[in-house]
Design a protein around this ligand. Structure first.
Ligand SMILES: Nc1ncnc2c1ncn2[C@@H]1O[C@H](COP(=O)(O)OP(=O)(O)OP(=O)(O)O)[C@@H](O)[C@H]1O
Length: 392
């Protein structure tokens, strides 16, 4: 990891007083530690004017560090649905790796009951806010930009999945976890749910967590986590990037609610080009755009073994690996075998914690509350940390 020691007050070592305070970070090395005082000062006492976002973890503030570097400071809130485990996972995973398409962790703060993460500041927010949301900076997502974003995210994931040992499964690939820097280079963020898969293992069994709409059905049902779960989520995200809409949008006519279903229908009719974001006004490379949508279908195939690896996806997107149309079958949606029902229409005031019930053909049942992901989804995306009764 790059050392930013000129910016930071201390690093964790055996003499650090923080070691005594926090069992949970023992075993974490080479992480820069900020003092709470310093972060308070650089965010102007966590002022509202410096607040740049809010997620499941807590609030995010813009800070100006010593030396003038900007940072995003994520403060774990006491009421966060995410906890100390995810805080520690995030530090352990991201502090050891570096790639152009992954967010960079500058360090953290662990003092008394404060848990804070400090990242490089990314000027252009997330794809959920910009491409799929209100787009306050009025970013122009030309076809070239979308192409670069799609391939960039694929490269970041290929690095996590194939280039490093143990492999890392991110588990929460979605539009709000893809941040954009000044040049609109995509950076995968939010490693709090990530899992390491040692080389000698094909999967790990784990509590199911992720975001509905992006969640690979086989993982949601049996908790067997492989890299293919991320590949499924990437396929959903890729379709969103090309089409400029959320994977689920219940404000659209009923036949258009689910983006993947639309992609499949138009693929069968050989009319994929009709799905490309209308805001491009036809100014795109049709061959590339259709190729991207076909990759999206391949990534979301029912049988995880039929989904290409991320390294192959990178080559397919770049046109260096031929896509065999015969291999593209109907993608699988979680709604295909889980009868997900909203108990009553979500009210605007319910936007942070709407209860959802799920019943499925199997014995599995989601037992958690869900919270809505972002307003642009038309109530479709539900972020959750779902617990399934399962026998794995
Ligand atoms: N490194 C960063 N640079 C700039 N803005 C950031 C950075 N990290 C987060 N943000 C902003 O803060 C918001 C909240 O981020 P956070 O990762 O906490 O939650 P989220 O991914 O939006 O939602 P969830 O926690 O439910 O997955 C983001 O949408 C983004 O606007």
């Amino acid at each position: 990891m790059t050392c930013f020691s000129f910016l930071f007050s201390r690093k964790l070592d055996s003499s650090s007083k923080f070691c005594l305070e926090v069992d949970e970070v023992s075993g974490i090395h080479n992480v820069n530690f900020f003092s709470y005082k310093e972060l308070r000062r650089t965010t102007d006492d966590f002022s509202d004017s410096n607040k740049i976002g809010e997620g499941g973890f807590g609030s995010v503030y813009k800070a100006r560090l010593k030396g003038g570097l900007h940072a995003a400071v994520k403060v774990l809130s006491a009421t966060s649905s995410q906890g100390v485990d995810e805080f520690v996972t995030e530090i352990k995973v991201i502090s050891k790796i570096a790639h152009e398409n992954l967010v960079k962790l500058y360090g953290c703060c662990v003092e008394h009951d404060q848990r804070i993460l400090v990242y490089n500041y990314l000027e252009n927010n997330s794809l959920a806010h910009t491409l799929l949301g209100k787009n306050p900076n009025n970013i122009q997502f030309t076809w070239r930009t979308r192409y670069r974003i799609g391939i960039g995210v694929a490269r970041g994931l290929a690095y996590l999945h194939d280039a490093i040992q143990p492999h890392i499964v991110h588990r929460d690939i979605k539009a709000s976890n893809i941040l954009l820097d000044r040049d609109l280079t995509p950076k995968i963020s939010d490693f709090g749910l990530a899992k390491l898969i040692p080389a000698n293992m094909t999967h790990v069994s784990t509590r199911v967590a992720g975001t509905l709409g992006y969640l690979a059905p086989e993982y949601a049902i049996n908790g067997r986590l492989t890299r293919k779960a991320d590949i499924y989520s990437f396929g959903v995200l890729l379709a969103e990037i090309v089409c400029g809409r959320n994977n689920t949008n219940t404000r659209l006519p009923v036949e258009e609610h689910y983006l993947l279903e639309r992609v499949w229908e138009l693929h069968e009719r050989r009319e994929l080009v009709g799905l490309v974001d209308a805001s491009l006004k036809g100014d795109f490379d049709a061959e590339e755009a259709c190729r991207f949508l076909k990759v999206s279908l391949l990534c979301t195939q029912d049988n995880p073994k039929h989904r290409p690896s991320m390294s192959t996806v990178v080559k397919m997107l770049a046109g260096e690996f031929r896509i065999d149309d015969d291999k593209i079958k109907k993608p699988i949606l979680i709604t295909d075998f889980m009868d997900l029902k909203v108990r009553g229409p979500p009210k605007p005031s319910d936007s942070k914690s709407t209860s959802y019930a799920a019943s499925s053909a199997s014995e599995n049942q989601m037992t958690s509350n869900y919270s809505s992901d972002n307003s642009a989804s038309g109530g479709g995306n539900m972020a959750f940390s779902g617990l399934f009764n399962r026998s794995t």
